[in-house]
Design a protein around this ligand. Structure first.
Ligand code: ADP
Ligand code: ADP
Ligand code: MG
Length: 542
């Protein structure tokens, strides 16, 4: 035991990793004896979007409480907390000094978007308009609301909104304010890609055109890339200690984070790289057909929403990615396949047994995770199940916790495990990446792929994180149309043509990063962006 990391000495980590030098100095904040300690702070910069990337539990929110002036960081002296003057003394001569003086003097105003939008209905009783009414400090609210597409829910009660609607209302409430410093804790959960891109553009305009400082925590790397000017990495041992690096370029920051090695700091933060396996989609010739479905049509009520499906095949033993906006008929299509809905036109001729993980995961049973999962499969606890499901989804640590007491990311991992543990012809996962940090996303993605390969089973995955879709899918099904009015499902196609069709609708182009092969959004109007649009290659797979 080294005496520095007092709770659970991360010694096994340090043997491989070498000890961060910061840990020999006083932390910026420590919650108490044997409690979490944070080293360093991100630096908000006027006119810029600063990104903050790191695992859950590494101190991102803690850092923000300090920067927002909600808490005076105690410099590790939790028994005798210092005042702001002492803290500023500590940061004298650094880039943070002026900022902290502003916080001390109450000259810095802060607007925040909280991480868990699901909790907003517990705290606010009223309509969208009522919630937004007091936030219109810059006179931009109407424009923001219209660009985020939440006009239609203005008169709706907050408690009746979907996750994606709540996310956009919460974002509008933060962006409409007149503040010096904006802190946005994850903007992408529940948003489809086009909504993510719109949110990213609004945030950039606020920072650059209105000259504000914006700090964003985000786990969707493609969006982070598009959004941020610079990036702080948070590393350490979640729940034990966290270190915030000085700002890096976004590209280097993301690459170093994935590689598990911080170049400037000469610091290994993870024993191994998060490998971006630009996997070759498995070949489709001679594929066995699980189901061949005809052209189908389905509408609800008096045709308020109608879906038309181009007939196609789902192959045995493939991962079929599904992309398209929210409210376009993706779940409706799944229900048609499962025989839970009858099409108005077209007849499937068979019903598939489908294991389904919905987008919004509810967990209202007060039972431990282990009891819940062992009730689903006899394989629970076998070495196969442990290696293929429990380990990659990091379930061991939470087996004894009650379902009702799990965090969003924990609940998501349990729901994925529960779905993959069922016996079915087809596994359908709706937004498995929501609430997971980058590492968890990659692990979950890998677990899903291995499951499909080892079990020779068929998986359909709806996700809005391009990175996740790219890693997982062999082929792609593209939905388009007018959300909540009419949707159209194209026949499953190759990744390349599918991504091209989908991204052309969105007017964004991707390239692959030379170093790690991960997909990156081209800056709009850049040379590559224009070139690829001319060539009709929105998704550069080469
Ligand atoms: P992140 O935002 O990166 O997920 P947080 O800053 O919320 O991380 O939390 C970092 C660690 O500090 C966690 O282990 C959390 O349990 C702990 N923590 C957060 N707030 C408090 C508090 N008020 N008292 C004690 N520990 C806390
Ligand atoms: P997605 O999965 O792409 O988000 P859905 O298939 O869930 O879309 O829904 C498509 C549209 O149909 C939405 O506008 C939704 O509100 C509407 N809808 C879904 N189920 C029903 C239903 N049972 N009755 C009426 N409308 C429905
Ligand atoms: Mg947090």
């Amino acid at each position: 035991k080294c005496g520095i990391c007092v709770v659970k000495c991360p010694f096994d980590a340090i043997e491989i990793l070498n000890l961060p030098q910061e840990l020999e100095e006083d932390p910026t904040h420590r919650y108490g004896q044997n409690a979490f300690a944070l080293y360093g702070l991100p630096i908000p910069e006027t006119g810029k979007v600063t990104g903050f990337l790191g695992p859950n539990g590494i101190g991102k929110s803690t850092a923000v409480h300090a920067l927002a002036g909600e808490m005076i960081p105690n410099l590790g002296r939790f028994d005798e907390p210092p005042d702001w003057d002492a803290v500023i003394d500590e940061y004298r001569g650094t880039e943070l000094q002026d900022y902290l003086v502003g916080v001390r003097d109450g000259d810095i105003t802060v607007a925040q978007k909280p991480q868990n939008v699901d909790q907003i209905p517990d705290q606010f009783d009223g309509t969208t308009s009522e919630l937004l009414a007091s936030t219109d400090e810059r006179g931009e609210l109407d424009d923001i609301v219209s660009r985020l597409g939440i006009d239609p829910v203005r008169d709706q009660a907050i408690e009746s909104l979907s996750g994606g609607e709540l996310q956009r209302v919460a974002l509008a409430a933060a962006l409409a304010r007149d503040a010096d410093f904006y802190f946005l804790d994850e903007v992408s959960p529940y948003l489809d890609i086009s909504q993510r891109v719109t949110a990213a553009r609004l945030i950039r305009e606020l920072a650059v055109e209105e000259d504000r400082a914006v700090l964003v925590v985000e786990h969707d790397l493609a969006i982070l890339d598009l959004l941020a000017d610079s990036l702080h990495i948070g590393y350490g041992q979640p729940s034990v200690f966290g270190v915030v690096t000085p700002p890096k370029s976004v590209r280097n920051g993301i690459n170093e984070y994935l590689e598990g090695y911080l170049t400037t700091e000469n610091m290994r933060i993870r024993p191994e790289a998060i490998e971006f396996e630009a996997h070759a989609p498995r070949p489709v010739e001679n594929a066995d057909v699980l189901v061949e479905y005809p052209d189908m049509a389905k509408s609800y009520g008096d045709g308020e929403f109608s879906l038309s499906v181009d007939g196609g095949e789902v192959h045995r033993n493939e991962v079929l990615g599904i992309v398209g906006p929210n409210g376009i008929g993706k779940s409706t299509f799944a229900k048609l396949l499962a025989g839970r809905l009858e099409p108005d036109e077209g007849d499937l001729g068979m019903d598939l047994d489908i294991a389904y993980k919905p987008q919004y995961v509810e967990a209202d049973e007060r039972v431990p995770v282990s009891a819940f999962l062992s009730g689903i499969t006899d394989e629970f606890g076998t070495s196969y199940w442990n290696t293929e499901i429990a380990q990659p989804l990091q379930l061991e640590r939470i087996m004894d916790q009650l379902l009702t007491e799990l965090s969003g990311g924990e609940r998501q991992r349990v729901a994925i495990a529960a779905t993959l543990s069922r016996d079915a012809d087809l596994y359908l996962l709706d937004e498995p990446s929501a609430h997971l940090d980058v590492e968890q996303r990659v692990l979950a993605t890998r677990a899903i792929r291995r499951f499909a390969e080892n079990r020779e089973t068929t998986v359909m995955v709806i996700d809005h994180d391009i990175y996740v879709v790219d890693l997982l899918a062999d082929r792609l099904m593209v939905f388009d149309g007018e959300p909540a009015q009419q949707g159209h499902a194209s026949t499953p196609q190759s990744m390349r043509s599918g991504m091209n069709e989908f991204l052309a609708n969105l007017d964004v182009t991707f390239r692959r990063d030379e170093r790690l092969g991960r997909p990156r959004i081209n800056k709009p109007g850049s040379q590559l962006d224009r070139q690829q649009k001319r060539d009709g290659e929105y998704y550069y797979t080469g």
